[in-house]
Design a protein around this ligand. Structure first.
Ligand code: SF4
Length: 480
């Protein structure tokens, strides 16, 4: 880990600048207005003749930008952050000779910037060109964004009367080493039944909320955790309680996720309640990698679960895989891609490994593929998706992604998951139930989103479920 001293007259922007430092330097310790770092940067912001002048230097390289001060606090805040980040970016780009694939972009939803340009009246060429000019996004990544936005524009947008429903099951059979979700291990299972009881109360309240607001459901998504880590009778209880809501819903996804949680009895439950899309997630076809990352299943189990789901009539199966896993190289990743090709799912999500815990990074350091190889893996994933007839339809980025890459969802035409798009583009309100679930209500006319969060601790959630219900009532029944 590198220690970096950042001297700035705008300490509030230090977090934004740190994001760019991490693009080039990986894990850093940042000292703000404090000497002693292995590298030192100075950032100054000043106003001159209606212009905001931002200068960043590391002593050897200096970058200066000038932007008009608009007087609109929201716009000026955005521009100040952008100038600070761009200054650090340009200095590091000159110093290292490295150009990150996403340029100076550090946000998680790059498509939204493309939409913002299109909303200003630019055509697609101009909107993409602007992304390249302002943020230095590579041609390759701009091309993906262009394809994704083109696919999304073919699909129905949610209306103001529609919302999505999310149910979170925050349990997994074991915890994957790289997991950043709020999931607990099933353990002896003593929390499962009380959790489902609480969830059923929230489902009933969601039904009332839909009646009171007149909202209709557009898409349903049960995620986690791993929903199929519930025993079949509890899975059935949740879906049975939600059935009146799901009856009006065109898209019903359940993340089966871990193949070691899938069996005929649970798949029969999902079929009985009309689930239209499931995920069976291999991550890799290599058992030694699976063991290394703490997933206690084998590739053979994945294939058996997949074939069982097919035999039982599921006609939309998604498979997730991860580029950049420890101990993997391009050839091993290609083997996984060829194996998935043979299975022929309707959609595939290619994730890039994101490691938030430095202890894990340290443990795996020698086994992690380098950034160029991860970029090749991501490219190979895109090529294979194309060979399978799939198109990219959503994309998001996370912090600490190997090689500064991204996660991309691919699907055969007419198999795109609307819920995924709604989440990434924030185009629909979401009623979200379960521990750690985040509901949101869109106010499109005001360009505003309000959120209500459920507590993430499972025991707290069970004890305080009525309070969670009230939070959602406040969110959806009060005026702006
Ligand atoms: S299956 Fe997903 S949610 Fe569960 S531990 Fe693994 S990464 Fe986390």
């Amino acid at each position: 880990m590198i220690t970096v001293s950042l001297f700035t007259n705008m300490p509030a922007l230090s977090g934004d600048m740190a994001e760019v430092l991490r693009l080039f330097l990986g894990n850093i310790e940042l000292k703000v207005n404090e000497a002693g770092g292995e590298m030192t940067f100075t950032h100054t912001e000043a106003e001159q003749d209606g212009l905001r002048v931002v200068t960043v230097t590391d002593g050897a390289c200096t970058h200066e930008t000038k932007e008009a001060v608009t007087g609109d606090p929201v716009v000026d805040k955005r521009l100040r952050r952008r100038q600070a980040k761009l200054g650090v970016y340009q200095v590091l780009k000159s110093r290292t000779g490295v150009t990150p694939p996403w340029g100076s972009l550090t946000g998680i939803r790059p498509t939204r910037l493309l939409y913002a340009n299109l909303d200003k009246g630019m055509d697609m060429d101009a909107a993409c060109g602007e992304l390249r000019r302002v943020f230095d996004v590579s041609e390759e990544k701009t091309a993906i964004l262009r394809q994704i936005v083109s696919v999304q524009r073919e699909l129905p947008l949610p209306t103001l009367q529609e919302a999505d429903l999310y149910i979170g099951i925050p349990f997994c059979v074991t915890r994957c080493a790289y997991c950043s979700f709020l999931s607990g291990e099933v353990g002896k299972g003593e929390l499962l039944s009380p959790y489902v009881d609480a969830l059923c109360r929230e489902i009933d309240a969601a039904q009332e909320l839909l009646d009171q607001t007149g909202l209709r459901l557009r898409a349903f998504y049960m995620g986690g955790g791993t929903p199929t880590s519930l025993p079949p009778e509890l899975l059935a209880r949740v879906l049975d309680r939600a059935a009146p809501l799901l009856a009006r819903c065109g898209e019903i996804t359940v993340e089966a996720g871990r193949p070691d949680t899938i069996d005929g009895e649970k798949l029969a439950v999902l079929r009985r309640f009309g689930v239209t899309r499931i995920s069976v997630n291999p991550q890799t076809m290599h058992d030694d990698t699976l063991e290394r990352i703490g997933r206690r299943h084998t590739a053979r189990q994945t294939e058996a679960a997949y074939r069982l789901a097919r035999d039982m009539g599921f006609d939309h199966i998604n498979m997730d895989l991860i580029a950049g896993l420890p101990g993997e190289d391009l050839e091993r990743f290609n083997q996984t891609l060829r194996w998935i090709y043979g299975l022929a799912p309707e959609s595939m999500t290619v994730h890039t490994l994101s490691i938030k815990r430095s202890s894990l990074l340290h443990l795996w350091q020698a086994q992690l593929p380098d950034g160029d190889m991860v970029a090749d893996m991501v490219r190979a994933g895109a090529d294979m998706a194309r060979q399978m007839g799939m198109r990219p339809y959503y994309l998001y980025r996370q912090k600490y992604m190997a090689g500064n890459q991204e996660n991309v969802g691919y699907a055969l035409p007419r198999h795109e998951c609307l819920y995924n798009i709604d989440m990434m583009e924030e185009t629909a309100s979401v009623i979200a139930l379960g521990a750690g679930a985040a509901s949101k209500r869109l106010f499109p006319q005001q360009g505003f989103i309000r959120r209500a969060f459920n507590v993430s601790d499972i025991r707290q959630y069970i004890d305080r479920v009525d309070e969670m219900i009230d939070r959602k009532r406040d969110l959806f029944l009060s005026s702006l």
